[in-house]
Design a binder for this molecule. Structure first.
Ligand code: GRG
Length: 297
């Protein structure tokens, strides 16, 4: 496929198909723990946008690597994203019943299986990273370190903790931005940096450009998410709409009007595009940042 002639939607679909073909290949059936396998397959095969795998693959191509080398890392990031959605929906967290247009994992499989499905996805993701034979051991270790720091205590998990602790409280815009950077931005940052690892590039300048790009689209993405939460319906989103208000969450709109938030997202998108647009081969990542701003889901 000559990718440069395709729209962002077509590229997303193309990469989604590639990653979906390998997402469940590490899971083999055993009647003793079949529900644990079924629960993972259920959530992995839900209708996700596959934004993070897209970023891993496109960042790898941008850095001179191949889709084949990027695929295991793309799969690992999607596994961690899927675990976070399963756990986020649990009764002890957001207690949600709708995700990716279907009942949430614990509604279908029960709470303990959902918890274990998330645990398995998180743990197995690191096995998938370690098993990427198209990348040298040095870059596999680098990828594992990046993913662990972006998903763990310094990243997504603490973002979730700050979010839960802030429920019902008025956070400042700076506090909300910090929460977004961890809860949403960290895995987006991991995606682009894992793409660079898959290309076996340790170019510091490129790494910094990709980090600025990811931090900016991560913020814009979450602002858009808050805007959609306030303005779209549950059936449009495939998840429960209006949650921030109902759960007294301190989202971007607790401090900014709809118009200001849209303007903030636009500025962040421009910043993201400017951080990489002068590098050759950045056109897909540049267009993707613009596409994110227009998304309706
Ligand atoms: C449980 C450690 C832990 C973390 C949970 C992911 C998450 C953190 C919470 C989910 C709720 C939420 C609003 C997270 C912000 C990130 C986000 C918008 C996730 C949804 O990502 P999409 O839109 O989902 O890419 P799809 O379904 O398309 O993959």
């Amino acid at each position: 496929m000559q990718e440069q002639t395709y729209s962002v939607e077509e590229l997303l679909l193309h990469h989604a198909k590639q990653v979906e073909a390998v997402l469940t290949t590490h899971l083999s059936g055993d009647p003793d723990y079949q529900p644990l396998i079924d629960a993972q397959i259920y959530s992995l095969t839900g209708k996700g946008k596959r934004i993070r795998p897209f970023l891993v693959i496109e960042s790898c191509l941008f850095c001179g690597g191949t889709t084949e080398a990027a695929l295991p890392f793309a799969k690992a990031v999607e596994m961690i994203h899927t675990y976070s959605l399963i756990h986020d929906d649990l009764p002890c967290m957001d207690n949600d019943t709708l995700r990716r247009g279907r009942p949430t994992n614990h509604v279908v499989f029960g709470e303990s299986t959902a918890l274990l499905a998330g645990d398995s996805l998180l743990t197995d993701a690191f096995g998938v990273i370690a098993g990427n034979e198209l990348v040298s051991p040095e870059f596999r270790v680098m990828a594992a370190k990046i993913l662990s720091s972006c998903a763990g205590t310094e990243g997504m998990a603490s973002g979730q903790a700050i979010d839960l602790a802030g429920t019902g409280k008025q956070l400042s815009l700076e506090q909300i931005a910090k929460l977004h950077d961890r809860k949403t931005g960290a895995l987006i940052r991991a995606s682009v940096l894992l793409g660079q690892c898959a290309a076996q590039s340790d170019d510091q300048e490129i790494s910094e450009a990709l980090t600025t790009y990811a931090n900016s689209i991560g913020r814009a993405f979450q602002i858009l998410d808050d805007l959609l939460d306030a303005t779209a319906t549950s059936s449009q989103l495939g998840k429960t709409a209006g949650k921030d208000d109902a759960q007294q969450k301190s989202g971007w709109l607790s401090r900014r009007t709809l118009e200001q938030a849209a303007e903030d997202a636009k500025e962040l998108t421009v910043r993201a595009q400017e951080s990489i647009q002068d590098y050759p081969g950045s056109d897909h990542l540049v267009s993707f940042a613009g596409w994110l701003l227009e998304r309706k889901q």
